[in-house]
Design a binder for this molecule. Structure first.
Ligand SMILES: *Cc1c(COP(=O)(O)O)cnc(C)c1O
Length: 238
């Protein structure tokens, strides 16, 4: 408990410092705690320490945790790859989906969103470095998809999510972040609901914040190394 509490506050301090160094407003960057493979009990401890936003990648694993933590009224973000047969449960159980990269998935989420849950918040995942192995829409196709999503009544377009190429070259990484920021600003000019640029993870949050991130997704820096054997469901990750 205390250790998780300490880690949480160390990360919040780190975010505040990065905001200051980038001359950004205090609290302009949200912390999304990436809790994949962590138990419901650990998430409850993080919630008791003050964290409200959690990200999950694997649907079956997430549903168990969302159910058992219902009393806490947390805000759940789906951040894993999405297969069509998963959209119904995602639409019914999550508050945000950050990994929408094609119209078919957006349409299913829109159709399947229960009316009593309000609009489902959507970030479009952009494949910012054009990697053949990575999910996300090409930057050139982003604006067409955004327009289509903006017309779906049960979805609310909130912004972009990116995962840059893993690289040891800080300049290349900065370039990816800058490209994302440019797209984000263009999108925000068209759609007033757009206020979220989800970029930055444990290893690169300061640079992401310097380049305009409004939400960092932090797993290992908060919870420590992931346990990949017990809760991880590789079949979800297709
Ligand atoms: C696992 C994951 C993270 C968190 O990564 P860490 O390096 O553990 O902070 C962030 N975003 C996505 C999409 C992830 O799958």
């Amino acid at each position: 408990m205390t250790q998780l509490n300490n880690q949480l506050h160390a990360i919040l301090d780190h975010i505040n410092l990065a905001e200051q160094q980038a001359e950004r407003l205090p609290n302009s960057v949200q912390l999304l705690a990436v809790s994949k493979t962590q138990t419901a009990d650990v998430i409850r401890q993080a919630a008791e320490a003050g964290q409200r936003y959690f990200g999950e990648n694997y649907l079956q694993e997430a549903l168990i945790k969302i159910n058992s933590l219902e009393d806490l009224q947390l805000v759940w973000h789906f951040i894993g790859p999405i297969q069509s047969n998963k959209t119904k449960n995602i639409a019914a159980n999550f508050d945000w989906v950050q990994t929408v990269d094609r119209l078919k998935i957006a349409q299913r989420l829109d159709n399947q969103r229960p009316s009593n849950r309000g609009k489902l918040n959507i970030c479009i995942q952009v494949n910012i470095d054009n990697e053949s192995t990575k999910s996300g829409i090409a930057a050139t196709a982003l604006f067409e998809l955004a327009e289509e999503i903006s017309q779906l009544n049960n979805l609310l377009l909130r912004g972009l999510m990116i995962i840059p190429t893993h690289t040891d070259d800080p300049l290349q990484q900065q370039h990816s972040f800058q490209q994302a920021q440019l797209l984000y600003k263009q999108l925000a000019e068209i759609y007033p609901s757009v206020d979220t640029l989800s970029m930055g993870m444990s290893g690169d949050m300061a640079m992401a914040i310097a380049e305009g991130s409004t939400m960092v997704r932090i797993g290992t820096a908060l919870f420590g190394m992931r346990h990949t054997t017990d809760l991880h469901h590789p079949s979800d990750n297709k």
